[in-house]
Design a protein around this ligand. Structure first.
Ligand code: GLN
Length: 547
């Protein structure tokens, strides 16, 4: 049950406030340690009771991030994968729901016959077992474990207790506790305050965890005196107090973490030494491109949760990665589909160099998205549709070629005359909502001569999925004859993975989610191709107005 002794653990807890960039800092530290020559994996412990975030509204939780193995996880896993540049698996996101479901199943099976099942030791042991699985399944030498929420939350207590026990299980030389706090700024006196940090460290210590490192997040530079003060009352060395001022761009964070000395300090605490000199050349180039003057393109993202950009975290990141690669500045105009439906925002669609409709579920805003897609098709505006965005692209096209509005997905209208998008056959008998979609990595064969094939430059790709519905093959021939090309198919030809239009500069939709495989230094080919097309359009428009 005890995790293997040689694995090194870095435990991240949060104090004062959530949303101060704990996940990002953990991910950045992961990258730094990788740069020093170690294999690193990261795990998020989410104290909520849902088994996974897959059934939660993006308003509650932001994006649901999908891994290769099809697990639906917290968006912090996206930060970990993008920054550490490693593929994680299902054990990398634990929730209270999973832990209890497992323990209760064992109890029913009779595994604990005669025993009283308790939070300590049964729940905490199960948490520790799952922490131990990360190093085993991903062959990581260093595992970063982040606890969601902030110290003091009732629901995170079993997780913190498990982390406390881990120190004696794995040994002091194999564990480091990092506490990320926030220093509020008082405008009236112009000063940063450390009191909330003092309180949260005290709370953490009352649970038996003494932090080894304090990361003091702040929007303003933190003076030496404050760092000394934090060191004094938290019982950590001065050099273990690491001020982390809000960066201009998230891509700077790994560089800042390395410059702060946190990586070498962590290695020292773990009895390790750097195996190689970090090579930040590519990252530095990325960061300098972020701040450089660049030609500007505008992408209208028409979605349902546009007030909450976190709901489309990976889409936004994938756009930024592709733009940086091309030396462009991409501005995302977040447009609410429901408002488009009400006839608003025509001028915003007109002003866009490209239109993107991301994934989604449920009926709200669907017609607004279809209208935006129609605009893209008719006005030859580059279009990228992701999952639902691909399904709606075929629906819009169907309405146009079949000459009737009664074309739909059975997700939105069970009795539509033309169910161009329909439930996948193996989804028909599924009653449970959680974890039952077509999830994770599946192959897709690309048709030569297509936009997709040109973008990827290879005949077959693997992409991550999360859907229940698919293009209805009864309409394939008719659509092909009318100018739609099914340029990506499952190897058995049964499932449409990519649709594109012939008579259009760039109109392409994917049944999968390419955004989950985009990395800062390895932008996704489809996002690159889409942004190239937006730039071409932008140039054309400019020349036309100049004339
Ligand atoms: N709601 C659609 C489906 O289930 C699209 C899903 C998505 O966009 N992720 O197929």
């Amino acid at each position: 049950m005890t995790p293997s002794l040689s694995t090194k653990y870095i435990f991240f807890t949060g104090g004062v406030l959530s949303s101060v960039g704990k996940g990002l800092t953990a991910a950045a530290l992961g990258r730094v340690l990788k740069e020093h020559g170690y294999s690193v994996a990261a795990q998020k412990l989410d104290p909520y009771i849902n088994v996974d975030p897959g059934t939660m509204s993006p308003y509650q939780h932001g994006e649901v991030y999908v891994l290769d193995d099809g697990s639906e996880t917290d968006l912090d896993l996206g930060h970990y994968e993008r920054f550490i540049d490693t593929n994680l698996n299902r054990v990398c996101n634990i929730t209270t729901g999973q832990v209890y479901a497992d323990v209760i199943a064992k109890e029913r099976r009779g595994d604990y016959l005669g025993g009283t099942i308790q939070v300590i030791p049964h729940i905490t042991n199960e948490i520790k077992r799952r922490i131990g699985l990360v190093a085993k399944t991903l062959k990581a030498e260093i595992v970063i474990v982040e606890v969601g929420g902030t110290v003091g939350d009732i629901e995170s207590q079993p997780f913190l207790e498990a982390l406390r026990q881990m120190r004696s299980d794995v040994g002091r030389e194999n564990s480091v506790y990092v506490h990320v706090t926030w220093l509020p700024y008082i405008g009236a006196t112009g000063e940063l305050k450390t009191k909330p940090t003092q309180h949260s460290v005290r709370d953490l210590r009352s649970l038996g965890i003494t932090p080894d490192i304090i990361i003091a997040r702040s929007d303003y530079p933190v003076e030496e005196e404050l760092c000394q003060k934090i060191a004094l009352f938290s019982d950590v060395e001065r050099r273990a107090v690491i001020p982390m001022v809000t960066a201009r761009s998230i891509y700077e964070v790994p560089l800042l973490v390395d410059e702060s000395g946190m990586g070498t300090y962590v290695l020292e605490r773990l009895g390790l030494s750097s195996r190689q000199k970090p090579d930040w050349q590519a990252w530095r180039k990325l960061v300098s491109t972020v701040h450089a003057e660049k030609p500007h393109v505008k992408v209208a993202l028409v979605g349902k949760y546009v007030e909450l950009h976190d709901a489309y975290m990976s889409v936004r990141e994938a756009l930024y990665h592709a733009a940086l690669h091309l030396g462009l500045e991409v501005e995302i105009d977040w447009i609410h589909a429901v408002e488009v439906e009400k006839g608003k925002h025509k001028e915003r669609l007109q002003a866009a160099d490209g239109i993107l409709v991301p994934g989604g579920f449920g009926e709200r805003g669907i017609e607004g998205k279809v209208q935006a897609i129609r605009y893209a098709r008719e006005h030859k505006v580059p279009y990228l549709g992701l999952c639902l965005g691909m399904q709606l692209m075929t629906i819009e096209f169907g309405r146009h070629i079949l000459g009737t509005e009664d074309v739909n997905s059975t997700e939105f209208d069970r009795n539509t005359e033309h169910p161009v998008i329909d439930l996948m056959p193996d989804q028909r008998d599924i009653a449970d909502m959680g974890g039952t979609m077509r999830l994770g990595l599946y192959p897709c064969v690309l048709q030569e001569g297509s936009l997709a094939h040109a973008a990827y430059g290879k005949p077959m790709v693997q992409e991550r999925h999360r859907h229940r519905f698919e293009f209805n093959n009864a309409y394939r021939e008719q659509f092909e004859q009318a100018g739609m090309r099914f340029s990506g198919l499952s190897p058995d030809n049964r499932l449409v993975e990519i649709a594109e239009l012939h008579d259009h500069p760039f109109m392409l939709g994917t049944q999968f989610h390419p955004e989950f495989l985009s990395r800062p230094n390895r932008p996704h080919p489809l996002f690159v191709a889409f942004l190239k097309a937006t730039y071409r359009r932008n140039r054309q428009q400019e020349t036309e107005t100049e004339r």
